[in-house]
Structure formats: C-alpha cells, structure tokens
Design a protein around this ligand. Structure first.
Ligand SMILES: [Zn+2]
Length: 112
C-alpha cells in the first residue's frame, strides 16, 4: 500500500493523480472536496488531487472502431447510430500516479 510506504520512508506526497470517467458515478468536484477532508492527519495532508477526466469511449460493432461519446445518455455510435457493444473507457476511478518528495534528499522548507 502506497500510504504505508510513504509513512515508512518519511516522504511527503505532493500530488495524487487520478483517472476519472463519467460512468464511475463519482463527480470530480465532490471528490476534490472530500479528498481534502479525508487527507487531514494522514501523509497525504496538503497534497493535491489531480483529476484527469477520461472521455467515454465505446466500441461500435458496425464501424468496427472505437468511438468517443459526447453524451453519457446515449450509448449509440455517433457515426452510424448502432448501439455500442462495449464500453472501453469511462468507468475509471483509478490512481495512476503519485508525486513524492523525499525529505531526506530535498530540503524545501526553511527550518526555524
Ligand atoms: Zn458505428
């Protein structure tokens, strides 16, 4: 677990990168808000949550290609109108990376 490792290594996490799809059921604004609260008192306190919003991408069996949807209401191919057979992207709720600052190597803060 990344958090346990961060505690152990005495590092500060600057930012958490997250992929978020519209079909995950999570709203980016709500997630950002609760993130700050959830991080209080943890090694993540003061870190930024960087959300990359992933577009909805489906597979159209008629065009035999992937199509990016502009609306999450209609799962039809924007080109030919055939119902999409498979959702490829858009359900993501996934941490993709951490920006870590190692206190032992970097002295960013001035000491009193
Ligand atoms: Zn199509």
């Amino acid at each position: 677990m990344a958090l346990e490792e961060a505690k152990f290594r005495q590092v500060t996490i600057d930012a958490v990168h997250l992929d978020l799809g519209p079909l995950s059921g999570v709203v980016a604004e709500a997630l950002l808000f609760s993130y700050q609260i959830a991080c209080n008192g943890t090694p993540l306190e003061g870190s930024r949550l960087v959300i990359r919003e992933v577009p909805i991408e489906v597979y159209c069996p008629a065009c035999k290609t992937r199509k990016t949807l502009t609306s999450m209401q209609w799962f039809y191919c924007p080109t030919c109108g055939v119902p999409a057979s498979e959702v490829i992207h858009g359900k993501e709720l996934m941490i993709t990376g951490l920006e870590v600052r190692d206190e032992r190597r970097t002295t960013l803060a001035g000491s009193a």
